[in-house]
Design a protein around this ligand. Structure first.
Ligand code: ACM
Ligand code: ZN
Length: 779
């Protein structure tokens, strides 16, 4: 046995050496290494370094952090070739070969604490950095140069040189463990995911209305009571009536577990930023200690999502004493210089009528409740500063005046971040679009339910955290960015991975790579290998980037639609059908734009190695009688929405009102007239509407169709009252149709009556509502 095994090893070495010989003649193209994020400088040479069972890892002595990096590297090498190299804590001899040397540079360098250089040559690999942190990030690069999966007992790394450092100092991901709780083991895995993408900040959203997740010794009810809710909303918030899973949900991290996670992150050079929400999103705390609210309660840990009026009372001294106790324990657990104090979405409803809050406003000479919030945050800031910490808050902390030293996390777009930078406050950008990873990443109808939005991979990739409206001086205040992972609609680890991957790869490059080196095409190509890395790790990444985006451009002169396909993934073959059947490998291959002049249901999918990857996308082009005809709107459409021509462009919208098909009308009835150009038989007319009550988009209460031969005298042919007889309450599209006895006409008039203001039974009662129209189909 032993003899056979060593013979095999010999044989293998022979082949691998032969491999080097072949490789030394060819120089690998930098892009084919598929490094993500793209390094600042990368050059390749002929030849390479063979990682083999006898390869050793040397780390400079007297630095335990660097030793740890060496150990990590050894583990990754083991995963790649099945042998864990010996890690030796000393400098190798000059002539020694077959080694990887991790070294700390003592000479002046300009790469900073997170920069590194990597030199791969035939005899050795040298990874050099100013600090162990840089070596750790460089080690993540080496990891990508190794095979994603073990296929052999050795691996060739092409000869190359890399000089690298990050664009931003704050490279973050957030995780909401309140809406759904995730156990310590998964949190650690999440931290590993951040590390492999060269991120360095983990924002841990620990408290909210739906749960308090951190043990506070001085106030034990926070977790005894506040960590548990009796039920959880099922489905989308706007699927009315709301229904609940009547099962206790919750959990919390003990202080020991928190220390374990913080240490785990520190070992991977990741800073953990804890978030304790105040003054809003506090119901879990108030359920435990109702005396801290304006009303005194009782309160319960929330079962549904949203913004709630009961928040910490700003007039009550006890509130501040309590929060100082909490922050004291938090600061003992988290070494982070920056502590997140929330500050978002705090309705002032209770404060406006609370005698204690009103007294505070008077005593402190404050103008209003916004200044009271500012007072609140500033008081907490003073406490944090006294303890050597800095606070960061969501951009609402700008309202009523920013606390003097606070950092701002800009989530409601980038305006807050821009304003803060202009006021010389440090900023972390995390705008909902495109950095909320709880938003859709693909066509809505093909994705699991999310809150809303559309942040596909390409949109995340295109983001630049530094706003161009800032001066060079102000730009220095943009520390970086982070993506936020809220979990209202995400209750399992698999689903969470689905939302995070692969968008985290795009985020990684946004935050690391110099803007001028970013290149979407190159990124798409490099992602092909990145998906293999995810496969090897067993990550449940979304395949949404493989879904085919269908672009149909209607040409008004030729009466044809030009169909173009693309995907966010590279290296796919698109097969499609035009008859509504499911595409397979025998279906037509997409080679470039094509045109249609007949009603067609287009189905397209991406295939890799003969297998469908992602989902089949479907679009219907309807070359109906009204298609591309002249349409007049007697009611102007709202400026935020598409042009009227979209009503007769042969294409219907999805359940996303911003998909470019819908035309919105605010607070008005609607009338539209289509001129078919000549008199002709008509047997059916239909109009598509949308309902999304959360956005105050309601189906109409009446649709009337009228026809005319001369455009002057109209005859009403059908009036449909209550077009939503089933009372569907969810997010939906709905066709309202009239089927006619055979009639001839040239002009078609559609009159639509709006519901008016939002009905009493909804939270938006009394507010203006939207009518959303899409295609008017004349047959
Ligand atoms: C937030 O999304 N409310 C910060
Ligand atoms: Zn109060």
């Amino acid at each position: 046995m032993i003899i056979r095994k060593s013979f095999l090893t010999l044989l293998l070495l022979f082949f691998c050496t032969a491999g080097i010989a072949t490789l030394s003649q060819a120089q690998v193209k930098p892009e084919s290494l598929s490094l993500i994020p793209q390094p600042v400088k990368l050059t390749t040479q002929k030849g390479g370094f063979l990682v083999q069972p006898s390869t050793k890892v040397y780390v400079d002595p007297k630095n335990e952090d660097l030793l740890r990096v060496g150990e990590f590297l050894a583990q990754h090498i083991e995963a790649a070739i099945g042998h864990k190299p010996e890690v030796i804590q000393k400098k190798p001899k000059k002539k020694e070969t077959n080694l990887i040397h991790l070294t700390l540079k003592t000479e002046n360098d300009t790469l900073g604490a997170e920069g590194y250089t990597l030199n791969v040559a035939q005899g050795r690999i040298t990874l050099a950095a100013k600090e162990a942190h840089g070596a750790f990030l460089g080690m993540q690069t080496v990891r990508q140069l190794l095979p994603a999966q073990k296929t052999s007992e050795s691996a060739l790394i092409p000869a190359l040189q890399i000089v690298d450092k990050p664009r931003y100092t704050w490279r973050g991901m957030h995780l909401d463990v309140t809406r759904h709780f995730f156990p310590v083991e998964f949190v650690k895995q999440y931290i590993d995911y951040l590390a492999m993408h060269k991120l360095n900040s983990f924002h841990w959203h620990l408290t909210d209305d739906q749960g308090w997740r951190i043990e506070i010794k001085k106030h034990p009810k926070l977790t005894e009571v506040g960590a548990w809710r009796d039920s959880t909303l099922i489905g989308h918030y706007w699927d009315l009536p709301q229904t609940y899973r009547k099962r206790r949900h919750g959990g919390y991290y003990t202080q020991e577990q928190i220390k374990e996670v913080v240490k785990y992150a520190q070992d991977r050079f990741i800073n953990v930023v804890p978030e304790i929400e105040m003054p809003g999103h506090a119901l879990a705390a108030l359920a435990a200690y109702p005396e801290l609210s304006c009303t005194g309660g009782p309160h319960k840990v929330e079962s549904k999502w949203g913004i709630f009026p009961d928040i910490f009372c700003a007039g009550n001294e006890q509130t501040f004493a309590f929060l100082e106790d909490v922050l004291t324990e938090v600061m003992e657990l988290f070494p982070s210089k920056v502590i997140h104090v929330g500050g978002d979405e705090a309705p002032k409803t209770r404060w406006k009528v609370c005698p204690k809050c009103q007294k505070r406003i008077k005593d402190e000479g404050l103008k209003d409740e916004h200044e009271l919030q500012s007072y609140f945050v500033q008081r907490m800031e003073k406490f944090a500063n006294k303890n050597g910490r800095t606070i960061i808050g969501w951009d609402e902390i700008l309202e009523g005046g920013l606390a003097p030293n606070a950092y701002v996390m800009s989530w409601r777009g980038t305006k807050g971040g821009i304003a803060a930078a202009k006021e010389k406050h440090y900023v972390v950008m995390s705008p909902g679009t495109p950095l909320y990873f709880d938003y859709y990443q693909g066509e809505r109808d093909l994705e699991p339910t999310t809150i809303h939005g559309y942040n596909p991979l390409s949109k995340v990739y295109a983001y630049d955290p530094t706003p161009s409206e800032l001066s060079a001086e102000e730009k220095k205040y943009i520390l970086g960015a982070q993506a936020n992972m809220w979990t209202e609609y995400v209750s399992t680890e698999e689903h969470l991975e689905y939302m995070v991957f692969p968008r985290i790869a795009a985020l990684s490059e946004v935050l690391w790579t110099p803007a001028k080196l970013k290149d979407w095409k190159s990124f798409q190509n490099r992602m092909t290998q990145q998906y293999k890395r995810y496969d090897a790790l067993g990550v449940n990444y979304a395949r949404s980037a493989f879904n085919v985006n269908q672009h149909l451009q209607v040409d008004s002169t030729s009466n044809r639609a030009t169909v173009t396909f693309d995907t966010d993934a590279a290296d796919v073959t698109i097969h499609y059908t035009l008859d509504g059947s499911e595409p397979n490998t025998r279906s037509q291959v997409y080679k470039g734009p094509f045109s249609l002049n007949r009603t067609s249901t287009i189905k397209a999918g991406s295939f890799v190695n003969g297998k469908l990857v992602g989902k089949v996308s479907t679009r219907t082009f309807e070359a109906h009688k009204g298609f591309n005809k002249n349409i007049t709107l007697t009611t102007p459409a709202h400026q935020n929405f598409a042009k009227k021509a979209k009503l007769v462009d042969g294409l219907k919208g999805s359940t996303d009102q911003y998909d470019g098909h819908w035309i919105g009308f605010l607070d008005t009835d609607v009338e539209a007239i289509i001129d078919l150009g000549k008199e002709q038989p008509i047997k059916r007319i239909s109009t598509n509407f949308m309902q999304n009550i959360g956005y105050r988009i309601f189906l109409p209460v009446q649709v009337e169709y009228a026809l005319s031969v001369d455009g002057i005298r109209y005859v009403t042919v059908d009036t449909i009252d209550d077009p939503n007889p089933l009372g569907a309450e969810g997010i939906t599209t709905h066709e309202v149709a009239a089927t006619l006895p055979l009639t001839r006409a040239r002009f078609v008039k559609v009159k639509v009556r709006s519901v008016g203001v939002s009905p009493d039974k909804y939270p938006s009662a009394g507010q203006k509502t939207w009518l959303m129209l899409d295609e008017i189909v004349v047959e």
